[in-house]
Write a protein that binds this ligand. Structure first.
Ligand code: PHE
Length: 467
């Protein structure tokens, strides 16, 4: 074996014998791939639209910086310290306090739940990408867009086939492993995604509604801000960064020892916010170019308002309407896939690392269960729409459990764990790479994670549950 190959092999497994991301760029892109998802392109514009635009964005960025990034970095530290899987990481970081090991079940459970309902929306986007590809939107009236989306989302079979396709693609990537699957997938899809969104921004800014769209995005009107706006901004920051359910902790188990965790966290959050803002720059100028369209159309924004707007706004040049829609939905599919990969990995890595099941079998098993659970979520839009648990249909129930219960509670537990339980020297060691980096910013991190983040999270949690 040549020296080079040997070196490569040493670099691609860590001290526990598990895989690692081969490059620092790969580690950042994989984490950014998890963060950048439907949350940026679908949920962010909707939330911004519903909460009055720029003022919401400023508050969102603030929470991202003082709460989102510290929790992300905390997840990185726990994961990388263990280097195998989340269960092992909590145990090792706690210094052998066995009870904390069970925190490792959080990503396993949350992974099943989040992938199951996320795949429903991801499946719709894949269907729309295919329809856009065969020029199926051409000639549709505004009313057609609304009724077609209703038909798709309530159909008993069609959305299930599409969500299963998304999950099978996801299983394929995860089964290939950390370097050949997850890292390579992120390295291909993230740059493409960036190029696609940049092309769409340029096109959108030439539209007649551009000035109004820009004003909406960048001119803050603080009279619109209430307590509820602030709290939605915090909720959006959590979901968008994928923090709180140990998803990034799972990926951090595969980070090399020389990755600068604080710098990585800041970079991932910056990429995530940039893509969300760029998605806003695509959507709002387009929406404002058609008289009578409103940006706060709720979740149907992406599946009813936008395809309609794209047809109207480029009405004179059908080729442009075709290309714009196609690139937009492909962008959504890629964003959804890089996130769904991280969701499947959350559960699959447990079966692979802890229960010693091979990676392809672990990924397939998790995928199969998610297809079944996802079908249940999909049916809750149609034939099972009157079946409810605690007053919520299955899709909404899964979303509630993940975004409103597990994310805040998981984040709180991690802040307490790292801020108050763990031997502080271990945290310092991870975040400063043994005293070589970040030594000045580290005390700021510690303050945020001990005091600011837990108080902020308690506030969202109380508001989300009883507000
Ligand atoms: N952050 C992803 C998005 O914006 C969603 C996600 C949540 C991904 C939780 C992984 C874990 O779409």
């Amino acid at each position: 074996m040549s020296n080079n190959t040997k070196l490569h092999e040493i670099m691609s497994v860590n001290n526990n014998g598990s895989s690692v991301f081969a490059s620092k760029v790969g580690a950042i892109l994989a984490a950014a791939g998890s963060a950048v998802g439907l949350g940026n392109i679908w949920r962010f514009p909707t939330e911004t639209g519903a909460n009055g635009g720029a003022a919401f964005i400023l508050i969102y960025v603030f929470f991202m910086a003082v709460i989102g990034v510290p929790i992300m970095v905390t997840e990185f530290a726990i994961g990388r310290h263990g280097g195998k899987d989340v269960m092992h990481s909590f145990e090792k970081m706690s210094g052998g306090r066995k009870g904390w090991r069970w925190m490792g079940l959080l990503p396993v459970v949350a992974g099943f739940l989040v992938l199951s309902y996320y795949a429903v929306v991801a499946g719709w986007t894949l269907f729309y990408a295919v329809v856009a590809g065969v020029d199926g939107f051409d000639g549709m009236t505004s009313a057609d867009f609304a009724s077609d989306f209703e038909l798709l989302s309530t159909d008993p079979l069609l959305p299930i086939l599409w969500l299963a396709t998304i999950i099978i693609l996801t299983v394929g990537v995860v089964a290939l492993g950390v370097q050949k699957g997850i890292e390579r997938g992120a390295k291909i899809m993230m740059p493409l995604l960036f190029i696609f969104v940049a092309i769409l921004v340029v096109c959108s800014l030439t539209l007649p509604g551009a000035t109004k769209g820009l004003e909406f995005l960048f001119k803050p009107d603080f009279s619109q801000v209430t307590g509820a706006t602030a709290l939605s901004a915090m909720g959006q920051a959590f979901f968008s960064l994928s923090v709180g359910i140990c998803c990034l902790c799972t990926y951090a188990c595969y980070f090399r020892k020389d990755v600068n965790l604080i710098q990585d966290g800041v970079q991932v959050a910056t990429i995530d916010t940039l893509v969300a803002l760029m998605a806003g720059l695509v959507i709002f100028p387009a929406v404002y170019s058609i008289p009578g369209m409103e940006p706060d159309a709720g979740p149907s924004l992406v599946f009813v308002t936008l395809p309609n707007v794209f047809q109207r706004v480029f009405g004179d040049i059908p080729l442009l309407a075709y290309l714009f829609s196609l690139v937009f939905y492909l962008l959504l599919v890629m964003a959804a896939l890089t996130s769904s990969i991280s969701m499947l990995e959350m559960s699959a890595s447990y079966f692979h690392e802890e229960l010693r099941v091979s990676r392809p079998v672990a990924a397939s098993l998790v995928g199969m269960v998610c297809i079944v659970l996802g079908s249940v979520c999909s049916l809750s839009f149609g034939v099972w729409s009157d079946v409810t648990v605690f007053g919520l249909g299955f899709f909404d129930l899964f979303d509630f459990l993940v975004a409103k219960l597990l994310m805040p509670l998981g984040s709180l537990a991690m802040c307490i764990f790292v801020g108050w339980v763990v031997d502080e020297s271990k945290v310092r060691e991870e975040l400063t790479n043994g005293g070589t980096v970040n030594t000045r910013i580290y005390p700021v991190y510690l303050f945020l994670v001990r005091y600011v983040a837990p108080v902020g999270i308690l506030l969202i949690f109380i508001n989300e549950l009883w507000g």
